[in-house]
Ligand binder design. Structure first.
Ligand code: KMH
Ligand code: ZN
Length: 275
């Protein structure tokens, strides 16, 4: 049997707005509603950012606490992955607040990258501080790869004792300023992966759905959602991240990949069971 597919839903992000797509959730209740719908469509992980009620991104611990509580109430089996990336320009202290809540899973970006007209800054001292805090609290990390050297940087952190293999990688491809989202870029990154790693692909913008198919065909996992892409098809806004999850679940069916159960998703991602 083929490896079950883990779909992550990136439902909110820090950059996309309701002006661009009215389905972008901001409040705890909206995030929970969207997360639950994504779970029903087959997502097993929600990649979580939070917002102030007016849509401004924040990494405030209490805003995360409210969102996580609301999501757990609606979809108790869903893995909640908190962002430590936040929005460009945030400090490490700001970005790492959700780790205080002992989440199951978090992100760790292992390099800096041009991000549109901005820079998503992750110096080694910043990366190490985030990894140290996650490690100290026993939070499983997903390495976010926006550009070619980020896998090598992650291996440097392994040598420094801050990350423990086998690692799990997310190739976020198609950000203007980072690596583009074509199959040859995916293949390049896969060739650099250390033995035993798990991985998924998150195509940005028009790369999202084509890259999902490529990842499924190569035995990887997939992230989709409004954080990365607002459209179901050219010119057609997605009604929510759940619709993008539904689309990918259809690709999995066509490819003969079963969708992971919540328990399988935790096993595949090596997320320890928590009390
Ligand atoms: N919002 C981006 C600048 C993450 O969540 O860990 C960073 C980001 C990565 O979204
Ligand atoms: Zn994110």
């Amino acid at each position: 049997m083929k490896e079950p597919l883990v779909i992550t839903a990136a439902i909110c992000g820090a950059e996309v707005t309701r002006e661009q797509n009215p389905a972008v959730p901001y409040t705890a209740q909206e995030l929970a509603e969207e997360a639950a719908r994504c779970f029903e469509e087959g997502a097993r992980v929600v990649h979580l950012h939070v917002r102030h009620p007016d849509g401004r991104p924040t990494q405030d611990r209490e805003v995360f606490r409210a969102a996580i509580g609301a999501i757990r109430a609606r979809a108790p089996d869903l893995v909640i992955q908190v962002s430590t990336g936040g929005a460009v320009g945030m400090s490490v202290e700001e970005r790492t607040q959700p780790l205080d809540l002992d989440p199951e899973f978090c992100t760790l970006t292992t390099g800096s990258v041009n991000f549109g007209d901005d820079v998503f800054l992750n110096t080694f001292p910043m990366i190490e501080a985030i990894a140290r805090k996650a490690r100290a609290r026993g939070v499983r990390m997903e390495v976010e790869v926006f550009d070619a050297g980020f896998v090598d940087n992650a291996m440097l952190l392994v040598r420094r004792g801050l990350l423990e293999p086998p690692l799990h990688f997310d190739f976020v491809l198609g950000v203007p300023g980072g690596m583009t989202g074509t199959p040859d870029r995916l293949d390049f990154l896969l060739a650099t992966l250390p033995e035993g790693s798990t991985w998924m692909a998150a195509g940005v913008g028009r790369f999202e759905l084509p890259l999902a198919r490529e990842a499924i065909a190569r035995g990887g996992h997939v992230r989709v959602g409004l954080e990365d892409n607002l459209f179901l098809r050219k010119g057609v806004l997605a009604q929510g991240s759940w619709e993008l999850v539904r689309e990918v679940a259809g690709y999995a069916r066509e490819a003969g990949r079963p969708l992971a159960t919540p328990a399988e998703a935790r096993r595949i991602l090596r997320i320890p069971a928590r009390a």
